[in-house]
Write a protein that binds this ligand. Structure first.
Ligand code: GLN
Length: 484
């Protein structure tokens, strides 16, 4: 029999409903896999004990037996360590929150529990979600299951590596400038950054509040759509939460894409991509044509300003959000200090890592009285221009097709300066700046490593992204599991 950890959530739920398998079989399969590969991959910061997960499995099994089960009943789920849940550690991979325990459930955690999901682990990540490699984690370095010498990407690296390695069936990451979509692409997964405001940020440890969104990562478009239907919805605890009706994503995914207009932004293809990598996109465009979509050339003229603008706005918001970590209210406190100011300085100097400090310094600088107008205010204006570009493009097309990354997963030992890493985010950042949804779907492999394409949609039009993504997945076929 195939190993259960290789199946998608939708496939497992089907088997559970038909009584072909039991929830404990699923949970044991995933925990056996964790025992087998976690030492090599290092996806997790903390793992729920197998005993506790099996207790929850029993409750879920009863629900299946009664015929009254939730949408993700009995499915082992991994969440990124920047989401809080009551009584569990949530460190955001930072020393400063090393021993912090959540005192309430994040909105998404509450929704997962109500849907019957079994949260089995908290995933490793870049510290406070700042990074693209998971290497800024204070805790450990995570490996890409496709090649253990490579990064799983970041910042949601552990959320991606765990699902790609079979250490979880589906996961949640967060995406401020690409942190769901880039690791999804690097690990051969489907990943969605939802529209800003669709998923509540209540209980997400904030990085840059006007950009952060929680979203799903999974083995198939269907899994990601199912997960979104569980975690979306209005939440009065998040003032940027939108009251918007959900759609029947599964009905939408059953439709073909004949006549849909897919825009190809010329600016995205002006970047130098390796020929083998570029080939995957050219082939993807051909597939969409064969599926009956109309390919339309479009322009997003302000694309080149997206990354520089992001690296002003995101640090600005981060410097403000991180002010709360002062050694008094949360987490780590320096052991020796003289007076309150010294307590702040020492706790923050010892508690934050280099990348976080770099962002706090940039953020404080661009918000300071003398530079605010020149940097922060200017950046906000450019952000509006980027959004206008998308509004105009979406008056002509239904979705936009773009690369997700500039190449395949980089080597862990590849020397890259912070700025080089920042510029890697060119293709993902625009969606966060405009607040629109972005879906990454595996498109193939280059030299044995997965590559994903990115579909960008109108605000709150995730349903069309799923429809187009599913049609594409149907012809490309699902990615196999990484051989470990
Ligand atoms: N790589 C980007 C950064 O370092 C994006 C991070 C994210 O989306 N959380 O800020």
């Amino acid at each position: 029999m195939e190993k259960l950890y290789t199946l998608s959530a939708v496939e497992l739920i089907e088997k559970l409903k038909n009584k072909e398998i039991q929830v404990i079989d699923v949970v044991n399969s995933v925990y056996d896999r964790i025992d087998e590969v976690e030492e090599k991959v290092s996806s997790f910061i903390s793992i729920v004990s197998r005993e506790k997960a099996l207790e929850l499995a029993k409750l879920s099994q009863e629900k299946y037996n009664n015929g009254n089960f939730g949408k993700l009943e009995g499915i082992p789920v991994v969440i990124k360590d920047n989401m809080v849940s009551e009584g569990e550690k949530a460190t955001a991979a930072s020393k400063i929150l090393g021993n912090y325990e959540g005192i309430y459930d994040a909105f998404v955690v509450k929704k997962l529990k109500e849907a019957g999901a079994i949260i089995i682990a908290k995933a490793n990540m870049d510290e406070f979600a700042m990074g693209s490699t998971t290497k800024t984690s204070y805790v450990k370095e995570t490996k890409n299951p496709w090649d253990l010498d490579r990064t799983p990407g970041g910042s949601s690296g552990g959320s991606a590596s765990s699902v790609a390695a079979g250490e979880g069936i589906i996961s949640l990451g967060s995406d401020t400038g690409g942190s769901i979509r880039q690791p999804a692409s690097f690990n051969g997964l489907v990943g969605l950054k939802p529209t800003y405001g669709r998923v509540s940020r209540y209980g997400l440890i904030a990085f840059a509040s006007s950009l952060d969104q929680i979203g799903p990562m999974g083995k198939s478009v269907e899994d990601v759509a199912l997960m979104l239907s569980v975690i979306e919805g209005y939440d009065e605890m998040d003032t940027t939460s939108y009251e918007i009706e959900s759609s029947n994503y599964f009905e939408e995914m059953s439709k073909d894409i004949k006549g849909l207009k897919i825009g190809i932004p010329k600016e995205y293809f002006e970047y130098e991509l390796k020929p083998e990598f570029k080939k995957v996109f050219d082939e993807s465009i051909e597939k969409f044509k064969e599926l009956g979509a109309e390919i339309v050339d479009i322009t997003l003229p302000h694309t080149e300003y997206a990354a520089p603008t992001y690296y002003i706005i995101a640090p600005a918001e981060a410097s403000s959000n991180l002010a709360r970590f002062d050694g008094v209210r949360y987490g780590y406190r320096a052991s020796e200090f003289s007076g309150v100011e010294d307590l702040y300085i020492k706790s923050r100097s010892e508690g934050f890592g280099d990348e976080v400090k770099r962002r706090i310094m940039i953020g404080t600088y661009v918000l300071s009285a003398g530079f605010y107008d020149a940097y922060y205010k200017q950046a906000q204006k450019v952000r509006r221009l980027i959004k206008n570009d998308f509004d105009k493009a979406f008056s002509e097309v239904d979705v936009i097709l773009a690369p997700a990354t500039t190449g395949t997963a980089f080597r862990l030992d590849e020397p890259k300066t912070p700025v080089e890493l920042y510029l890697e985010d060119v293709f993902t950042i625009p969606a966060n700046m405009a607040g629109i949804p972005g879906l990454v779907v595996p498109a193939g492999k280059v030299e044995g490593l997965p590559v994903g394409i990115q579909l960008l949609g109108k605000a709150f039009d995730e349903k069309t992204l799923f429809r187009v993504g599913k049609a594409f997945e149907n012809v490309v076929g699902k990615m196999d599991m990484a051989k470990l």
